[in-house]
Design a protein around this ligand. Structure first.
Ligand code: C2E
Ligand code: CA
Ligand code: CA
Ligand code: CA
Length: 278
């Protein structure tokens, strides 16, 4: 109620954002309950730089609302986290990804789908049992899905986070630290993290072909990851020059607009038929 909040009400910019946040919450809850066709899952290929093949994709949620129009996940994921219903979104994403994974499996296409998890999901003790049940019902192997989460999600409760991640690893899932390099405390406990992959944040990759500073950072992250026995995915590749540098430095996987933007599931199958290089 804005009349209870005179300070907010007299700052138009602030008020606008406040109201937008409220409508995102209301509309998103409705979408999750009764307008699920507003939501879709797009997929972005990860190119295996050793083989030239694509056997991994990242699932990225899209939301097109009747009133708000297209809303970026950068704008609604954090709102859903703060408003306490990110779990509902994650459930929707997992269900959709499993449906698509079954379609891929039945078509004989080997493709692992990476799902983004939030801090709340990682700490939720019921997520893994729930997920395992869905996987068993669909007779999917643990290779069909993997998970990405940011380091800031993990540092809040590191001991519990490590236990939770270990449970995912024990179940056979690969785990990537997303946006690596943008947090602060990762170095200190990287050695304790039961993860398989580091994802170099796109802020270091977008201008890699021209920025010497970024080149040093990315080369160092790749060496660091390898010294811990981890794979590296670079995201945000927008040029061939960047792709070639990453390949030269031994980066394992590359994701970015230069290869392919996130696309609807049906387009993914077409894309993969025409782009497999071997
Ligand atoms: P992210 O997990 O770091 O995902 C990578 C983002 O970079 C995606 O934005 C992707 O479309 C974009 N991207 C990929 N290649 C390029 C490139 O070459 N250039 C540029 N400029 N951008 C590129 P998107 O899809 O808008 O997602 C934004 C963020 O929203 C994601 O960042 C992730 O944190 C969150 N998100 C998206 N889908 C989900 C989801 O299903 N669950 C959760 N919890 N978060 C999600
Ligand atoms: Ca991600
Ligand atoms: Ca990322
Ligand atoms: Ca991000």
């Amino acid at each position: 109620n804005l009349s209870d909040q005179p300070i907010l009400a007299y700052q138009p910019e602030f008020e606008h954002r406040y109201l937008r946040r409220l409508s995102i919450i209301a509309e998103l809850k409705t979408a999750l309950q009764e307008q699920q066709d507003e939501l879709s899952l797009f997929y972005q290929p990860k190119l295996d730089l050793k083989t030239g093949r694509v056997t991994k994709v990242e699932a990225l949620i899209r939301w097109n609302n009747a009133i708000l129009g297209f809303v970026s996940p950068d704008d609604f994921i954090s709102v859903a986290e703060q408003a306490g219903f990110i779990g509902k979104i994650t459930d929707w994403v997992i269900n959709q990804a499993i449906k698509d994974a079954v379609t891929l499996r039945n078509a004989g296409i080997e493709m692992s789908i990476a799902i983004n998890l939030s801090a709340k999901d990682v700490m939720d003790q019921s997520l893994l049992p729930h997920l395992s049940l869905l996987m068993e019902t669909s007779q999917l192997s643990s290779k069909a899905l993997s998970f990405e989460m940011t380091e800031s999600d993990l540092v809040q409760e590191p001991v519990k986070a490590i236990q939770q991640l270990q449970a995912f690893r024990d179940r056979g899932f690969e785990i990537a630290i997303d946006d690596f390099g943008t947090g602060y405390s990762s170095m200190a406990y990287l050695k304790h993290l039961p993860v398989t992959t580091l994802k170099v944040d796109k802020s270091f990759v977008l201008s890699l072909d021209s920025q010497q500073g970024d080149q040093k950072i990315v080369q160092t992250v790749i060496e660091l990851a390898h010294s811990f026995g981890l794979n590296v995915v670079a995201e945000g590749i927008e040029s061939q020059a960047t792709l070639l540098l990453l390949k030269k430095w031994g980066c394992e996987f590359a994701q970015g607009y230069y290869m392919c933007k996130p696309i609807p599931f049906d387009d993914l199958i077409t894309w993969q038929n025409t782009h497999q290089l071997t």
